[in-house]
Structure formats: C-alpha cells, structure tokens
Ligand binder design. Structure first.
Ligand SMILES: Nc1ncnc2c1ncn2[C@@H]1O[C@H](COP(=O)(O)OP(=O)(O)OP(=O)(O)O)[C@@H](O)[C@H]1O
Ligand SMILES: [Mg+2]
Length: 252
C-alpha cells in the first residue's frame, strides 16, 4: 500500500526550484559514523525510513500539510536520529527542509558535519536579516538545512518572539514549498515545544518501547492538542522483526 501511495504523492508534488543558500556536499562516511544512514538507498538501515517517508507524504498530502516536528515526551528518545534520517530519506525523492529548533540541545550541524557554513536559525530568530540557509547535496538529492549556531539557555524566550512566526511564514512561502522536518525539543521538558506547536501542521511522536511511560505519552498527547499527531515512531524497539531497532510507524 505504501509504495503505491508514495509514488502517487511524488507525482503530485512538483520539484521546487533551487534558490539561495550555500550548497555543500556532505561527507558520506561522516554521515554513517553519525548515525545518518538514510541518504543511502542501498543501506538496509535506511529501509524503515523510506517506509516512514512514504506514509508521512501520504498523510501530509491528505491534509495539505507540510511542516512536521519530530518530538517525544522526554529527552533522548531518538528525535534527532529520526528527524535526520527521515529528512535524508525524503530528500532522495523530494526537495526537503530540515530545521533544528531544539535550541537547547541542537545536533543537526554536528551530525551532518556542516562546520561553520551558513549562519544558524537561532541567529535569524534573534534578529539577523536572512535565513542564511545551507543546501546540502548528497548524490542527486537536495536537502535545505537550517542548523543552530550555539546552544541557547533562554530558548523559550527566543521561540516566543515574532521571529518564529516569520520563520514559519518563510518556510511556507513558496507555493510549491518543500516538506519541512523540524528537529524539535521534547514535550515534557520546558515549554519550548508548546510554544512551537501552534506553528506546526503536525507532529511525529517518537516513542521508546518499554521506556516511554504511558502517563508521559498521554500527557504529551493531551498537551499537544489541537496540533495533530500525524504518526508515531517506535524507536529502539525490541520487536524481533525490526532488526535495526526502529522504524515501526503507525498513523493515528
Ligand atoms: N534506533 C537507534 N539506533 C541507533 N542509535 C540510535 C537510535 N535512536 C537513537 N540513537 C542514538 O542515540 C543517541 C540519542 O538520540 P538522539 O540524539 O536522536 O535523541 P534526542 O531525542 O534527539 O535527544 P535530545 O532530547 O537530547 O534532543 C544518538 O547518539 C542517536 O544516534
Ligand atoms: Mg535531539
């Protein structure tokens, strides 16, 4: 089912013209070292992310949505791992944005080994005039990345500013805008995610099997309303049929 839906979704989504930013080629070996597998079509560890990509695209198409944050109840559930690999898998078939909005613990710049290329989304949120985005190229695919420059303690105050609305308006500005994956903070630590939620079209929830308490999950889902949860990723699963420990996805 997903493969058919996926190709239909792709056909309906025209390519977005490249514009702005600094284009750089990512180091494949560094990506694999940092747990970013899904740029590689032939890597079996990428397969669950291709499945997730197809299901998400179908889901977004049905809702005419494009901006999705990857979050979890508590820290360290694997949000960045999922956001990076999902964005990588999406960018193999469709122009994609990856935006790091976990201002306290940003990792996108480090895991993609972007160095100091381009200024950060945090600089934009603090008043810098342009987004200064970096477009990363691996093979033939195109991934636009907005990394963070410096971990920020006052992240909630930064995210609560008018600049956040401007950021999301810019991400949605093109009539044929790419799908946008946000590497987001956890729900139950600070209020950063609550501040971001109204700007989102949907949320992808990362759940750690056997580790995410049900009460935390319930509380998270309650707090998120009315922002829709467009799917759930079961990470570090103990199911024997998931050999790489992630990728179980079920739309809600
Ligand atoms: N299924 C997995 N298989 C292998 N490594 C994983 C998996 N899930 C997460 N990791 C690794 O676990 C570590 C923590 O994951 P990650 O940084 O994605 O969590 P996070 O939820 O983004 O944390 P934070 O709340 O700090 O932002 C990383 O080194 C990541 O590569
Ligand atoms: Mg993270």
């Amino acid at each position: 089912m997903t493969a058919i839906l996926s190709s239909r979704a792709q056909m309906r989504r025209p390519a977005v013209p490249e514009e702005g930013g600094t284009t750089m080629t990512l180091d494949r070996a560094a990506l694999l070292r940092n747990g970013v597998f899904a740029f590689e079509r032939a890597d079996p560890r990428a397969a669950p992310f291709a499945m997730l990509r197809s299901q998400l695209l179908h889901r977004l198409d049905a809702r005419k949505a494009r901006v999705v944050a990857v979050t979890s109840a508590r820290p360290r559930a694997g949000k960045s791992f999922v956001a990076l690999n999902l964005a990588a898998a999406l960018s193999r078939i469709y122009p994609t944005w990856l935006v790091d909005l976990d201002l306290r613990r940003p990792v996108v710049r480090e895991r993609l080994e972007l160095g100091d290329v381009a200024s950060g989304v945090d600089a934009f949120l603090l008043g810098a005039p342009g987004l200064g985005e970096v477009r990363c190229v691996v093979g033939e695919q195109h991934l636009g990345v907005l990394p963070v420059d410096t971990p920020r303690e006052g992240s909630a105050e930064i995210l609560a500013s008018d600049r956040t609305a401007q950021l999301f308006a810019s991400l949605r500005a093109h009539p044929q805008s790419p799908v946008c994956i946000i590497d987001a903070p956890p729900m139950l630590e600070g209020d950063d995610m609550m501040i971001l939620a109204p700007h989102l079209d949907g949320v992808l929830m990362v759940v750690e099997e056997g580790r995410t308490p049900q009460a935390d999950l319930r509380e998270t889902l309650r707090m998120l309303r009315p922002t829709p949860v467009v799917g759930t990723v079961l990470n570090r699963t103990i199911l024997p049929q998931q050999p790489f420990g992630y990728g179980e996805y079920y739309p809600r």
